[in-house]
Design a protein around this ligand. Structure first.
Ligand code: PAF
Length: 283
């Protein structure tokens, strides 16, 4: 595997692939790689001639300094894992390479309500930060396809919106959430949970499954309240939201009339660690 920390070196290498008309798959990550990331990387390897993985803990998408400094970093382990996976290229820039001092951080794009609801309500600026870094990475790498997990459903929705609006020449590929045996969605943040918290965390999945099992047979608002009550039975959870929404607008639905677009999204913090998850209710 070739590792690049400078944009110009990476681009020189990528240009030779572009000249040969090779397709480039891209998997952006913030490291602390787990089986969820591996599923994106394997899919990209299958569907493209070359795969680039990036590891960059993007400071401008964190709301607080403590969240940023607490985010797990394990570059050596990640790099070993990527080599074992037969990854072609790792791009692991420093902050100054992505955000040269003095450069303005701008993205002239309006997401409407998409970045204000759900996660956006309690993490102002988060999705702007995600969109800025993803746009920069896409501009640098110019991939044929870019892979994102459905666990971060709102992020995926916003990135798709950006790609469509700016007509970026890349196909966004949405990949299924990978779960632990007890149902907890894989996330780098799971590493920050204590053993006790880790055991409690799977209750989020249980409540999502309860919601799915009853979708269509109990009125939406009533089911949402019942599920919220179940979640609240674990006092260690701080619930930010648990909402049944339309997967295009991310706005609450009031009936089951359009089942193929209905998903439930939730965000819960446990011991100060924010966990998010979602589930399609009629798939
Ligand atoms: O999902 C993530 O890990 C990050 O938000 C991303 C897409 C790599 C941007 O920093």
């Amino acid at each position: 595997m070739n590792t690049y920390i400078f944009i110009s070196d990476l681009q020189k290498q990528l240009q030779s692939f572009a000249d040969a008309n090779w397709s480039i798959g891209f998997v952006p990550t913030m490291g602390a790689l787990h089986a969820g990331h591996l599923s994106l990387l394997r899919r990209s390897k299958k569907e493209n001639d070359i795969t680039v993985c990036s590891i960059f803990v993007n400071p401008i998408q964190f709301a607080s300094q403590s969240d940023l400094t607490g985010y797990p970093r394990m570059m050596e382990k990640d790099s070993k894992l990527l080599t074992e996976e037969g990854m072609d290229i790792l791009f692991a820039p420093e902050v100054d390479e992505m955000y040269p001092p003095g450069e303005e951080l701008q993205l002239d794009l309006d997401f409407g309500r998409l970045d204000k609801v759900l996660e956006g309500k309690s993490r102002p600026g988060h999705f702007k930060g995600v969109a800025i870094v993803v746009k920069k990475l896409l501009d640098i790498i110019k991939p044929t396809r870019a892979y994102f997990g459905k666990k971060d459903f709102q992020q995926l929705n916003i990135i798709q919106h950006m790609v469509d609006t700016l007509k970026l020449p890349v196909k966004v590929v949405a990949c299924e959430t990978v779960r632990e045996p007890d149902g907890l969605a894989m996330s780098s943040r799971n590493l920050q949970l204590t053993i006790g918290e880790r055991q409690l965390a799977s209750r989020i999945y249980d409540v999502l499954m309860f919601t799915k099992a009853n979708a269509g047979s109990i009125p939406v608002k009533k089911l949402q309240m019942m599920a919220q009550k179940r979640l609240a039975e674990t006092p260690e959870f701080r619930i930010y939201y648990f909402e049944i929404v339309d997967n295009r607008t991310l706005l609450p639905v009031s009936s089951w009339a359009d089942p193929k677009h209905i998903i439930v999204c939730t965000s819960v913090s446990l011991g100060g660690i924010r966990l998010i998850d979602n589930m399609e209710l009629f798939s």
